[in-house]
Design a protein. Structure first.
Length: 63
């Protein structure tokens, strides 16, 4: 499995965790604030998808 696919899988899983934390009615306090937890997952999701699209774009340009 190459890096591109790993970034796509990581972004998808991080996105699922982010959305499920938004839908959770009684979230546990992690790092003192649930919003800090959610922000961390959102940053991981966006960075994984950005890395995926950058690799995909560079593959298209090299072909």
């Amino acid at each position: 499995m190459n890096k591109k696919n790993l970034y796509l899988i990581a972004g998808t899983l991080a996105g699922i965790v982010f959305v499920s934390s938004l839908l959770d009615a009684e979230p546990g306090a992690i790092l003192g604030s649930i919003w800090l937890f959610r922000l961390g997952w959102l940053i991981m999701t966006t960075s994984a998808f950005i890395s995926y699209y950058n690799i995909k774009k560079s593959e298209k340009q090299s072909n």
